[in-house]
Design a protein around this ligand. Structure first.
Ligand SMILES: [Zn+2]
Length: 238
């Protein structure tokens, strides 16, 4: 995939995450530029005011793994997000990760505060069955050192909650990280609903395949069907 294609996909991810209210003035998706040490990440306007629903490829900027801006033609109104070190240090620690979403969704934040696990209860969100750890600090992850702490808390999992702050979800592609981020938040909210009426009953491991998806659901179906649907939806609105 070319860099321009990748920027376009990060822009679509931004629009999906905005529609789902996972990101707003803060929060950002990113993707590793294949074969490089560079990261394509949503740039912030300096005053944090922009219409994210109208995000385009030009709003996606390049940073290197040290967090330095690597965009030659970055306009004066754009800057790298302060929490870019969430992304850069996860890419450094996890060669299998090609995309990262950092968001601040209320359902996930509720679980981070309560210290109670998000459970595999919904058949479109079992890929976190190995657990979603919690990073026990609410500070902004705005230095490489803090980024490394967060990457250590993530470990080999696919997502990590930040106590009283938000969530970080990884994927093998920007499409996967986006779909998983949306579904993790939906699952958290579903669990809150369930806990209002009874005890959550988890989907057992016997009903999951070796990718932790529910039996009968391929990763391609899981990622592509949802991404294509949502991308079409946000495309109609722009
Ligand atoms: Zn944040």
């Amino acid at each position: 995939m070319s860099y321009d294609d990748l920027r376009g996909k990060v822009a679509v991810a931004t629009k999906i995450l905005t529609k789902e209210r996972l990101i707003g003035p803060f929060g950002h998706p990113s993707a590793r530029v294949p074969g490089t040490e560079l990261v394509a990440i949503l740039g912030h306007t300096r005053d944090h005011v922009s219409d994210l629903a109208a995000t385009g490829a030009d709003d996606v900027i390049l940073v290197d793994l040290d967090g330095a801006v690597a965009d030659d033609d970055l306009g004066e109104d754009r800057s790298a997000p302060g929490e870019r070190f969430i992304h850069t240090e996860i890419y450094r620690a996890r060669p299998d990760v090609n995309a990262v979403v950092h968001a601040h969704p209320m359902g996930c934040i509720a679980f981070s505060i309560a210290g109670r696990p998000i459970l595999p209860i919904w058949n479109l969100c079992t890929q976190f069955a190995d657990g979603v750890p919690v990073y026990e600090s609410a500070v902004q992850i705005d230095t490489p050192e803090l980024g490394r702490d967060l990457a250590a808390a993530l470990g080999e999992h696919s997502a990590v909650l930040l106590k009283g702050h938000g969530a970080v979800v990884t994927g093998g592609s920007i499409q996967e990280a986006t779909v998983s981020a949306v579904n993790l938040e939906r699952s958290a909210r579903l669990q809150l609903m369930v806990e209002g009426i009874g005890e959550p009953r988890v989907i057992p491991g016997s009903e999951l395949n070796d990718e932790s998806l529910t039996v009968g659901l391929s990763r391609r179906e899981y990622v592509d069907a949802q991404w294509d649907y949502w991308a079409t939806e946000v495309g109609r609105r722009s």
